[in-house]
Design a binder for this molecule. Structure first.
Ligand code: PRT
Ligand code: ZN
Length: 210
């Protein structure tokens, strides 16, 4: 029997809930902060702990059979994977935001404006659909400080409570994408019986919760 591999986030917003859902499925494994791989003792499964950005490609390339990651990361990396199950945590909305004092009102007004983001692929797709041409500035983090410093006219980022926008003098302007954590699989594992068993356990954990 082949040992399956599932990739989950090593540390960050999705780590704890990813570990929790696997434990609730009855899987026994050690969860040391220092280890990058952990063997499940009562199921043919290994857990790989990775940066979330790497998970979709690892699953696409078959280095991992399964993965738990935010939908936004899957879309951004353009990975070709199967969506197996939404997991109900890590919920957020990707939004365009502008300065709270801005009087910009229509999407059209973003034409020719600079938008800072760490998610250029998702933003580009949205703007293209709307027929808008903006100057997308890709930066790896702290995009919220851009408008205040005059680096960009708007930002595109993940929002959950809205607290970060507010404390940086920004207001939401347009919702682009909803996201939550999902279980993904390599395209070729659909008929694997252990995958089917694991998926069934995950679904019963989820339905017991709701
Ligand atoms: O180290 P690694 O690369 O693995 O992690 P990371 O730092 O890239 O990601 P992490 O752990 O921050 O987020 C993992 C995933 O959680 C994201 O890809 C989303 O799918 C999901 N998620 C849910 C969020 C948030 N909510 C969220 N609020 N990801 C980020 N944020 C950030 C956002 O970027 C902004 O800076 O939180 C801030 C806004 O939060 P509010 O509550 O102030 O609106
Ligand atoms: Zn990341």
């Amino acid at each position: 029997m082949k040992t399956l591999k599932i990739a989950i986030q090593k540390s960050g917003r999705l780590n704890e809930k990813s570990v929790e859902i696997l434990k609730n499925c009855g899987l026994s494994f050690e969860n040391y902060k220092s280890s990058l791989i952990s063997t499940v003792t009562n199921f043919p499964l290994e857990i790989l702990f990775l940066r979330d950005d790497d998970i979709p490609e690892y699953v696409q390339d078959g280095i991992a059979d399964l993965g738990i990651v935010g939908e936004n990361v899957i879309v951004e990396t353009k990975a070709e994977v199967s969506y197996l199950q939404k997991l109900g945590f890590g919920k957020c909305t990707l939004k365009i935001a502008v300065q709270a004092t801005s009087n910009i009102q229509n999407l059209d007004e973003l034409n020719g404006k600079a938008i800072a983001t760490s998610y250029p692929v998702i933003l580009e797709k949205f703007l293209q659909e709307k027929g808008i041409k903006s100057d997308i500035r890709t930066i790896s983090g702290s995009v919220e400080i851009g408008p205040g410093l005059g680096l960009s006219d708007a930002i595109f980022d993940i929002v959950s409570t809205g607290g970060t926008l507010k404390s940086n003098g920004l207001k939401p302007f347009a919702d682009v994408m909803q996201s939550e954590a999902v279980l993904i699989g390599n395209k070729s594992i659909a008929d694997n019986p252990e995958v089917a068993e694991l998926l069934q356990r995950i679904r019963s954990v989820l339905s017991a919760k709701s």
